[in-house]
Design a protein around this ligand. Structure first.
Ligand code: AMP
Length: 465
């Protein structure tokens, strides 16, 4: 239970505790396994980067860069004198030479930076990379929205922009959610064209003109966005704006012929893979660098923050960051929300006996299964301790989870403790057991007891667990 202590986790951050962390590990393990089968390798990028990297890639006008980044100035590198131990003054520590750095609000920019920095364009293309880890955005915290949150993401960089690449990336996502047995997810797709006069910019101007006509009926945010980024008005969830937005022109009707053909081919490629999607013309995504294919996956049980994954194509991004012209497409899954949705699904299964039986199958995530087998070693008498230590070592080597109390407990207390910890078995080691070489194994559920010679113990446990 939460306790008011002097120190508490900062608003919007949280501790992830056992047993829930087992579910996090299961999700990440599933990502490693599924992504590997699609030929992706793991990349680990730094938690902080120069602010400029995010400002340039995500866009200065976006909420993420404009309002939500954790940005601070780093001290300049120590001068020779300071490095040798002489004192640095406050003035030098905060000199204008200090670089501005930011905690990463997302990882696509970092992956593209790494692609350029390590000349990955010289590798066979495309380069397929994935990552997992924390991201930081100063958003208003609520269920499913945190200031430190976790993403699992993947990027395909270089090579062609073949529609099959877009579709296969989405197929990988669907396979991942399927392996996790997450039910009721929905895939939305769209194309937002590209940045040439006969494509998106022409549509944006049309949108701006239409929005200007109804400006006084819009809320303050949307009014501002008419100037800064009219596409973002389509993201609006404001009830009063919905009838107005419904009448706006659709981007699909204003794509250039190449983008229209690409979009049509992506849909065909999805159908080929049996992937069910919904076209959502309002799906424009919040980050500036997207072009052509955009997609989002929503999951049940999350309330208003129901997007578990967002992604899209960003062919110009590597070049924007100083690299060679490079095709690119990627996605980021919100792991916190994915876990919330899995937990909600497990809660509903528990309320429904038929589904509970299915969820108890070996394939279901650990949150819906019993805690791992635990053997509590109830040792009594100082002469038995060395045997108990050896037994714990052997059992753990064999893969069992073992609790060995550090000091001697009376028999009743030891069994009480084993019960509280949820142990399935108590291994009872008293003076008699050790001298006779016959150990007692008690099943805590029903109190049944058997005697076993030491060499037979592991085999017996394997059979009965
Ligand atoms: P984005 O990087 O904005 O495209 O977001 C991709 C996914 O990350 C979203 O669909 C969410 O699932 C998740 N996400 C984004 N921001 C947050 C946040 N503040 N807290 C929790 N999850 C988030």
């Amino acid at each position: 239970m939460a306790n008011k202590s002097k120190f508490q986790a900062i608003k919007g951050t949280r501790d992830l505790l056992p047993p829930e962390t087992a579910l996090w590990n299961h999700v990440e393990q599933t990502a490693h396994e599924v992504f590997r089968t699609f030929g992706f390798g793991e990349i680990r990028v730094p938690i902080f980067e120069p602010t400029e990297l995010f400002a340039r890639s995500i866009g200065e006008d976006t909420d993420v860069v404009g309002k939500e980044m954790y940005t601070f100035s780093d001290r300049p590198a120590p001068t020779e004198g300071e490095a040798n131990g002489s004192e640095s003054s406050l003035a030098t520590r905060h000199s204008p030479l200090a670089t501005s750095i930011s905690l990463r609000p997302e990882a696509t920019a970092s992956v593209c930076r790494a692609y350029i920095e390590h000349s990955m364009q010289q590798l066979p293309q495309p380069v397929k990379l994935y990552y997992t880890g924390p991201m930081f955005r100063r958003e208003r915290p609520q269920k499913g929205r945190y200031r430190q949150f976790y993403q699992i993401g993947a990027e395909v960089l270089g090579g062609q922009d073949a529609p099959a690449i877009d579709a296969e990336l989405i197929e990988m996502l669907m396979t991942f959610f399927d392996k996790l047995e997450l039910k009721g997810i929905e895939l939305d797709i769209n194309s937002i064209g590209h940045n040439a006069p006969n494509c998106r910019p022409a549509y944006v101007e049309l949108l701006r003109a239409e929005l200007t006509k109804v400006k006084d009926k819009l809320g303050a945010d949307s009014q501002r966005r008419i100037d800064t980024n009219p596409l973002r008005v389509l993201d609006s969830k404001l009830e009063s704006e919905q009838p107005i937005i419904a009448k706006l022109p659709h981007i699909a009707d204003h794509l250039c012929p190449e983008c229209a053909a690409h979009y049509a081919a992506v849909k065909q490629q999805l159908q080929l893979r049996g992937i069910i999607y919904r076209e959502n013309w309002r799906l424009v995504r919040g980050l500036d660098y997207y072009m052509r294919t955009t997609f989002e996956i929503t999951a049940p049980g999350l309330g208003s923050q129901n997007a578990v994954c967002g992604g899209g194509r960003y062919d110009g991004l590597v070049e924007l960051l100083g690299g060679p012209p490079t095709k690119g497409i990627g996605f980021a899954i919100g792991e916190d929300r994915l876990i919330l949705s899995l937990q909600e699904q497990a809660r509903q299964s528990e309320a429904d006996p038929e589904r509970a039986a299915r969820a108890a199958s070996a394939n279901s995530p650990p949150a819906t299964r019993h805690s791992p087998l635990l053997i509590y070693i109830a040792w009594m008498g100082q002469n038995t301790y060395a045997t108990a230590v050896r037994a714990a070592k052997d059992l753990r080597n064999a893969g069992f989870s073992v609790e060995l109390p550090p000091s001697e407990l009376k028999f009743g207390k030891a069994l009480g403790q084993a019960d509280k910890l949820g142990a399935k078995f108590a291994l009872i080691l008293g003076e008699d057991e050790v001298t006779e070489g016959l150990w007692t194994l008690k099943t805590l559920d029903d109190g049944a007891q058997i005697k076993l010679p030491e060499p037979a113990l592991i085999e017996h446990l394997r059979k009965s667990s």
